[in-house]
Design a protein around this ligand. Structure first.
Ligand code: FAD
Length: 485
């Protein structure tokens, strides 16, 4: 059943009446933890389902998509069709196109012919959804989730935060099901940790880049560590803002090259439900090997950004001379420390050359990536019920439910915490709507959102049920396997 679309073309911005409080006897159907794009997608697709009582909690004061990297030129790396809902329900009132209509911007967008949105525009679209959807509670930090076996409900404890982020009040809600969409957090590798939190020269993670850009630009020499997309964007932004010939920039990274992200059409089919299902059915050891081997599907740099870096460097050679910028891949930071209070020293190693050197710099941007936010804190109360794989990670079934002891009658779904079980598509915005719809279909026990049976031209794995060839076509001869493979 496709939910009836909201008859009003523009969502009603007036806040919906607050849902009655939950009690152990009247639990909610679903509590969402975290409101990033993944749970926002779920909330948008859940909104027309009158039978589903759902609320979502977010610790921040409002929706905010990676604010430290909302650079002017940065674009989302998936087409605008990968908004919160379109790929499962193009008739939803929460599409990007409906957002444009509500802002009278459809015609300019049509003439702009932009398939890939500016990141700031995607953020503005999500804010519009977040401001108009009922059931979203900001400034609510979820502290713990417990299973109450007598009442057969989850207890979700939260802290209400004031405008300064300080605890204001404690609360609890009861629910039959939970969906975690807590996202990722900035990661700093061990050798670089001594630089963080120490006073003196600015050292910031790329996630906080924009808030500190002026201080970084004021530094004499700047080093960007990390050769992924964030590193490339920060390096490009600094390069464009430093005077020609006096750039004083270093860009170093561990990867053996400033490698482009895989963006071929068939390569992108790794971000389909077909591949996700195939991956989920593989043995754990094979899945782990694949995720590492497929780094270029998610860790490389967008080819357009690499081209823009080269263009900017080239432009700076037009009048003779070379820019004062050093770009070196294959470099590992062994150790790092502060020199007096104003400088930083990085001890570097070139793995291929087996050489070492020191780099003294006045500011460092750590574009060293993100890691899934550990679930252990919030889910500590569920630990006795959690089933884990051989590496101690939570097991996640095909419908994105944590595998729990069978005595637990409720479900805990995860969004973007299942790369080890569902593959490289877990953080990809292009799969968010499909995953949300899969979760809602599971929750409602019916095909609330019909989902496509086939999504890729590639057939992943050998098909145990070969297709019947069209009439008149000759079936290819199948060689029977005789050696037990
Ligand atoms: C800079 C950057 C750019 C990206 N660009 C793209 C792109 O172009 N295309 C693409 O496909 N993917 C992209 N990604 C990857 C991914 O899609 C995004 O990271 C996306 O934001 C993931 O959404 P999420 O909802 O899982 O998590 P998040 O956006 O991280 O949101 C999680 C939210 O949960 C909240 N939270 C956490 N714990 C609690 C708690 N205990 N209580 C209450 N709230 C809590 C957090 O405050 C946060 O707001 C990008 C990632 C980054 C870092």
């Amino acid at each position: 059943m496709i939910p009836t679309p909201d008859p009003s073309p523009t969502p009603d911005p007036s806040p919906a009446p607050a849902a009655p409080r939950s009690t152990p006897d009247r639990p909610r159907d679903l509590v969402g933890i975290g409101i990033g794009p993944c749970n926002l997608s779920l909330a948008a697709l859940a909104q027309p389902l009158a039978e589903l009582d759902a609320v979502f909690y977010e610790q921040r004061p409002g929706f905010d998509w990676h604010p430290g990297l909302l650079l002017d030129d940065a674009r989302v790396q998936v087409p605008f069709l990968a908004d919160l809902v379109t790929l499962v329900d193009p008739a939803s009132p929460w599409t990007f196109l409906n957002h444009l209509r509500s802002r009278d911007r459809l015609f300019p967008f049509y003439f702009a012919e932009r398939f890939h949105l500016h990141r700031a525009e995607y953020d503005a679209y999500c804010r519009w959804v977040a401001q108009n959807l009922p059931g979203l509670h900001f400034r609510h930090q979820v502290d713990a989730v417990r299973w109450n076996p007598e009442r057969e409900v989850f207890e979700v404890d939260f802290t209400q935060l004031d405008a300064d982020g300080e605890a204001e009040a404690l609360g609890r809600t009861y629910t039959r099901n939970v969906v975690l969409g807590v996202g990722t957090e900035p990661y700093v590798p061990e050798p670089l940790r001594p630089l963080v939190h120490a006073p003196g020269a600015p050292v910031v993670h790329a996630a906080d880049y924009l808030a500190h850009r002026e201080a970084i630009l004021a530094a004499g020499h700047v080093t960007v560590v990390g050769s992924g997309q964030s590193g490339a964007e920060v390096f490009l932004d600094l390069l464009r803002r430093r005077p020609a010939g006096r750039e004083a920039l270093h860009w170093i990274g561990r990867t053996e090259a400033f490698a482009p992200m895989e963006y071929s059409k068939l390569g992108l089919e790794h971000f389909t439900p077909d591949y996700t299902r195939y991956f989920h059915a593989l043995p754990e050891a094979v899945r782990d090997r694949l995720v590492a081997a497929q780094w270029q599907l998610h860790k490389g740099v967008d080819a357009g950004t690499l081209a823009a870096v080269h263009d900017e460097l080239y432009r700076r050679t037009l009048h003779g001379g070379w820019p004062d910028a050093v770009l070196t891949p294959g470099v590992r930071v062994r150790t790092a420390g502060r020199l007096a209070t104003t400088r930083v020293e990085l001890h570097l190693e070139h793995v291929q050359q087996d050489t070492r050197s020191r780099l003294t710099t006045d500011a460092v941007v750590l574009a060293t990536g993100y890691r899934e936010r550990p679930l252990e804190g919030v889910l500590a109360g569920l630990d006795p019920y959690l089933r884990r794989d051989s590496a101690g990670r939570p097991r996640v079934d095909e419908e994105f439910r944590l595998v729990l002891d069978p005595s637990v009658t409720g479900a805990v779904f995860v969004q973007n915490a299942e790369r080890h079980t569902h593959g490289v598509g877990a953080p990809d915005l292009g799969l968010a709507a499909w995953r949300s719809a899969t979760i809602l279909n599971t929750l409602t026990g019916k095909e609330t959102y019909p989902l496509p049976g086939r999504t890729a031209f590639t057939t992943f794995g050998l098909d145990p049920h070969p297709r019947v060839p069209p009439q008149g076509a000759k079936a290819p001869a199948l060689t029977p396997l005789t050696d037990g493979r």
